[in-house]
Design a protein around this ligand. Structure first.
Ligand code: FAD
Ligand code: NAP
Length: 338
């Protein structure tokens, strides 16, 4: 493990922000982390943990140490007739891990196909798509406590998962480096096809054949048709979370905007698609310089080439302000801003 200086992060974040890290180290073991600690070159309070860089917006050069997580390994650690526990190193690519589970005929994360990034960042915001979240199959994770150097285990409850939330995105943000996760997957999968076009694509493009492979492949196709590929245009996926608002507030909005979509969360709360609000407010395909709003999915902010992180953040704040004025809803960023 080497500590490098003055390293460009442009290729290491999907927004393509051209910023530098004062220090950078790729780590693949707890021993690497201990060596960093002993080097005297690491001030834990100025650490940025980096996975695939697909859920961050870098607005400035990083003055401290960037730790690039490269803990590897995929294995089945426990098994019975129904279920298996699968362990994955935090630096593994998430989609490659999903494909590995499908090759092993294990169900549970097929709906989370083609989400960019690493395994270790997945619990950080309880990644979710097409009606499923990692929390649905999560067993526990191991993490390195940066201030003390101790290893801690977090079970499902301790992670405090919420909608695109966990303890690692809130109270413990920046305090732990997740080193591995364990998921409980099924040998007899229950399929979840009720979301959006999933069933339609399976019917039309896979002759209605339902398997782990066809569900994953259908979702990959839907995603590729709709979402911008960061290899072609810089972005970090959904910039804002979908707001969850009280039913009363929703009914009030609905009286003014009868076609506003909604998804019930429980009896008193309703989820409203942030992309719809931003689209209706006229921001879709907006562009100023190289910072813009994607032309097909208004929830995704994009870097057309040489936008600075501060320009994207300034655009995000303008959108937040406008949505608050128009609908009385305060959008919260889903992307982690640094
Ligand atoms: P990074 O961007 O590297 O890091 C994200 C945050 O997690 C940072 O705060 C970082 O410090 C922290 N972190 C990273 N690794 C660790 C670790 N090992 N331990 C502790 N903290 C860590 N998200 C969804 O939920 N659903 C989607 O469907 C989805 N689709 C997307 C589509 C596109 C095109 C893009 C660009 C993004 C999408 N995302 C989606 C967001 C993103 O892919 C996920 O949040 C992903 O889990 C981020 O992984 P990463 O390794 O790139 O994290
Ligand atoms: P979409 O299908 O156009 O739907 C828009 C929004 O409405 C979604 O964000 C979704 O919320 C909500 N929604 C739609 N159908 C729903 C249902 N049956 N039940 C509950 N909520 C529903 O969304 P999209 O942009 O094409 O994305 C498809 C999926 O991929 C979504 O789950 C989305 O979260 C995920 N995705 C996430 C990111 C990211 O960066 N976080 C980026 C791209 C795609 P939910 O977001 O709660 O599902």
């Amino acid at each position: 493990m080497k500590i490098l200086e003055n390293v460009s992060l442009k290729a290491l974040n999907t927004f393509g922000m051209d910023v530098k890290a004062a220090r950078y180290a790729a780590v693949s073991s707890v021993e690497d982390l201990q060596a960093l600690r002993e080097s005297g070159l690491w001030k834990p309070e100025t650490t940025l943990i980096l996975g695939g860089g697909s859920n961050i917006l870098l607005t400035r050069d990083w003055e401290g140490l960037v730790i690039h997580n490269q803990f590897l390994g995929l294995s089945i650690i426990q098994e019975d007739a129904e279920e298996v526990l699968v362990e994955a190193g935090a630096g593994e690519n998430w989609h490659a891990f999903v494909q590995w589970t499908i090759q092993h005929d294990l169900g549970g994360i097929e709906n989370l196909s083609l989400i960019p990034g690493t395994v270790g960042a997945a619990p950080m915001q309880n990644i979710g798509a097409y009606g499923r979240e990692i929390g649905d199959v999560f067993e526990y994770l191991d993490a390195y406590h940066i201030p003390s150097g101790e290893l801690h285990r977090f079970d499902h409850k301790a992670c405090a998962f919420g909608y695109r939330e966990s303890i690692f995105k809130n109270k413990e943000k920046g305090q732990y480096l997740i080193t591995s996760i364990v998921l409980r997957l099924s040998k007899h999968p229950l399929f979840h096809l009720e979301y959006g076009d999933v069933r339609k694509v399976i019917d039309e493009e896979f002759d209605g054949k339902i398997s782990l492979h066809t569900v994953s492949e259908a979702i990959c196709r839907i995603r590729s048709r709709k979402l911008p590929d960061p290899a072609e245009i810089g972005n970090s996926g959904s910039f804002f979370k979908n707001p969850v608002i009280p039913l009363e507030q929703y009914l009030n909005l609905q009286s003014k905007h009868p076609d506003i979509p909604s998804y019930p969360v429980d009896q008193s709360l309703v989820k409203v698609p942030a992309g719809w609000l931003i689209d209706r407010a006229g921001w879709k395909a907006y562009r100023k310089g190289d910072a813009g709003v994607h032309k097909r999915q208004a929830l995704v902010l994009v870097n057309y080439g040489n936008a600075q992180g501060a320009e994207i953040w300034s655009l995000a704040k303008k959108i937040q302000h406008d949505i608050l004025q128009r609908y009385g809803i305060a959008l919260q960023p889903e992307v982690n801003i640094y």
